[in-house]
Design a protein around this ligand. Structure first.
Ligand code: 1HN
Length: 345
C-alpha cells in the first residue's frame, strides 16, 4: 500500500474513533487467529518455595483477618490478573491449627486439592468434609463454605476456582454469613454416603449441575489407578487417566472445571499431545519432567505447573507418578469448542 493511501485510511480511522467505531480490517487478524494465541505461559511453582513464605504469612495474619490465607499462583504472562490460565484461578491456601476461615458464599465455584496435613475440614452448607492428602473437595457455586483446622498441623491445599470465567461473564455475587461458621447441620461425610458409593437415594432430584458428592477421597482414586495399571494398556498420551464425574449424569463433577487424576508408570514417556484446554497440574506422587514446546519443567510432589492451550507437551515419569490436573474442558465441550491433537502431525 502506498503512503498516500495509508495516510488516507489512518485519517479515516482517526475520524471515526470519536464515535466509538473501529474498522474491522485493522483488527481481524488478531481477533480471529488460525490457531489459539495465548498470553498464558508454561510455568512451574515449586512447593519448596511456596511453603516457607506461606507459613510466614501464617504468623503475619490470621485466617480470619485474611478471610482466606492464600498465595495466588499468577501466570507470568498475565501479571496483575490473578489467573493461572486465561480462564482459571489457582492459589495455595494455609490454615493453622485451631483457625476458622469464616463462612461466605459466591457465584464462583471452587475445589480444594489437599497437599499436606490431615484433620482440617471444609464445610459446605454445614456439612464437614475432612481433608487428607490427595482428596478433592468441592465447593459448588453459591453454597456457604467455611474451613476449620481441628488438627495440630498446618494444612495446605491447592484452590482451583473459575474466577476469570465468572469475571468474563460479569456474573459475580458474594455474601458473608452472619456467623463465622455456618451451623453444622448435616452429618460429616453425608454426601459421600448418599451419592458417592455407586448408590443414590431413590427419587433423588438434582438441584444443580455440580456433583452432589462433596469429597472424592484419594485412597479410592489411587486404588482405581493402581488396579488399572495392573490390568495394563496405558493410553499413549495419558498413561492411566480418570476424570472426576458427577454420578447423577456421568459428566464432569463441576460444570466449569474438569478435574482429572492420572498415573504414569515408572519410565513412561507420553506421546506428544495438545488440546485447547490449558491445564494446571499438581504433582501428587513421584517425580519427573514435562516438555512443553522447547521448555522443560522438572517436578516433584506438591509442585504446580501449567501447560497452556494448544502447546505440544510430553510427560516423563522418573518413577511411578500420580498427577492431578484441572482445566476448563467442560466449558469448551459444552460450547463445542474443545479440540485435541494426539500428535499425528
Ligand atoms: C475463596 O472463597 C476461597 O473459600 C479460596 O477457600 C480462594 C479466591 C477468591 C475468591 C474466593 C475459599 C478464593 C475464594
Amino acid at each position: 500500500m502506498d503512503d498516500a493511501r495509508k495516510a488516507e485510511l489512518d485519517g479515516y480511522s482517526e475520524k471515526i474513533s470519536g464515535d466509538n467505531l473501529v474498522p474491522l480490517w485493522e483488527r481481524l487478524k488478531t481477533l480471529v487467529t488460525p490457531e489459539p494465541v495465548s498470553a498464558c505461559q508454561p510455568h512451574l511453582w515449586k512447593y519448596d518455595d511456596i511453603r516457607p513464605v506461606l507459613l510466614e504469612a501464617g504468623s503475619l495474619l490470621t485466617a480470619k483477618e485474611a478471610e482466606r490465607r492464600v498465595l495466588i499462583l499468577e501466570n507470568p504472562g498475565m501479571a496483575g490478573e490473578s489467573k493461572i490460565t486465561t480462564s482459571l484461578y489457582a492459589g495455595i491456601q494455609l490454615i493453622m491449627p485451631g483457625e476458622i476461615a469464616p463462612a461466605h458464599r459466591h457465584s464462583q465455584a471452587a475445589f480444594r486439592f489437599i497437599l499436606e496435613g490431615s484433620g482440617a475440614y471444609t464445610a459446605v452448607d454445614g456439612e464437614k468434609s475432612y481433608m487428607s492428602k490427595g482428596d478433592l473437595i468441592l465447593t459448588p457455586s453459591g453454597r456457604w463454605h467455611d474451613h476449620g483446622n481441628e488438627s495440630e498441623e498446618p494444612t495446605f491445599w491447592l484452590d482451583g476456582l473459575d474466577i476469570p470465567i465468572v469475571q468474563f461473564l460479569d456474573a459475580s455475587f458474594m455474601e458473608h454469613h452472619s456467623e463465622d461458621e455456618h451451623p453444622h447441620v448435616r452429618k460429616d461425610g453425608d454426601s459421600v454416603a448418599r451419592y458417592g458409593n455407586g448408590l443414590m437415594p431413590i427419587d433423588f432430584i438434582p438441584v444443580s449441575n455440580t456433583s452432589p458428592v462433596m469429597k472424592y477421597p484419594y485412597d479410592r482414586t489411587r486404588e482405581s489407578l493402581i488396579t488399572m495399571k495392573e490390568a495394563g494398556g496405558p493410553d499413549p498420551c495419558h498413561g492411566y487417566k480418570l476424570m472426576y464425574v458427577n454420578p447423577v449424569d456421568g459428566k464432569s463433577a463441576m460444570p466449569t472445571m474438569g478435574a482429572f487424576m492420572q498415573l504414569l508408570p515408572s519410565g513412561f514417556e507420553t506421546a506428544s499431545y495438545r488440546s485447547t484446554d490449558a491445564t494446571v497440574y499438581s504433582v501428587v506422587e513421584g517425580s519427573g519432567k514435562t516438555r512443553i514446546g522447547d521448555k522443560e519443567i522438572n517436578w516433584k510432589p506438591n509442585d504446580t505447573f501449567v501447560v497452556p492451550s494448544w502447546h505440544y507437551h510430553q510427560h516423563f515419569a522418573g518413577e511411578d507418578c500420580i498427577l492431578f490436573s484441572y482445566s476448563d474442558r467442560p466449558v469448551q465441550q459444552a460450547l463445542g469448542l474443545w479440540r485435541e491433537d494426539r500428535g499425528n502431525r
